[in-house]
Write a protein that binds this ligand. Sequence first.
Ligand SMILES: Nc1ncnc2c1ncn2[C@@H]1O[C@H](COP(=O)(O)OP(=O)(O)OP(=O)(O)O)[C@@H](O)[C@H]1O
Ligand SMILES: [Mg+2]
Length: 240
Amino acid sequence: MNGLTLHHISKSFGSVDVLKQITTHFDAGQVTAIVGDNGAGKSTLLKLMAGIHAPDEGQILLDGEVLSKRCPADHRRRGIDMVYQDLAIAKQHDVVTNLFLGREITRRWGCFLNRAAMRKTAQRELDRLGITIPDLNRPVGVLSGGQQQAVAIARAVLFNPKVLLLDEPTAALAAREVEQVLILIRQQKQQGRVVILVSHRLNDVFAVADRLLVMHQGRIKLDTPSEATTLAQIVEHIVG
Ligand SMILES: Nc1ncnc2c1ncn2[C@@H]1O[C@H](COP(=O)(O)OP(=O)(O)OP(=O)(O)O)[C@@H](O)[C@H]1O
Ligand SMILES: [Mg+2]
């Protein structure tokens, strides 16, 4: 089966049961938005899919194959990439270094970094995504919050992932940049990727999502096609 499958996933931190028996499937070529109140378990669920945390119980399958537990590198190699809520970028390093972190282009049998090739690819990809950053050699930490968020998004889509996980990708963005990200999400969907978006911005959610999941205290409380519901109903489910 194509896509990402969660099979009876549970996760606790100490005595707190954060995820309780989550079973669901995410299709390729579909955007699913996960919404829910603070602490519902949304980020934890995405981190499990990215391999950052291992589930206590259950399995994650990509295109029907079981993924190894707790190995972000393996998940990434198989094509699962994530934009983290806290961005997780190396602020002291420049844009090019951040985009290629762990996946550097090298020359001479991997002994030397090919900065020129990485720079060229970085510029091309940023242009393609409609992201303007004045100087790719500056440390990411001196960029604006929105530019940092753009770098994190560019890094996640740079290697054409099969599964794109976005945790609050538009939180720091102005209206025009939000539009860019929504366009990018639609492009990823058209290219047949699994796209999973966590967001508190319900307008953004309704603008791109085919399917909505509402989480509450570690469970999926509602799973609906977005066209079968309304913003008011979703708000009701989140607070109710
Ligand atoms: N590494 C961790 N160690 C201990 N507890 C954690 C850890 N990560 C998350 N939690 C706890 O798990 C619960 C769910 O957190 P999570 O970050 O998944 O929520 P969320 O739905 O993403 O919330 P928000 O909308 O605020 O981002 C919270 O009670 C949080 O305190
Ligand atoms: Mg979160």
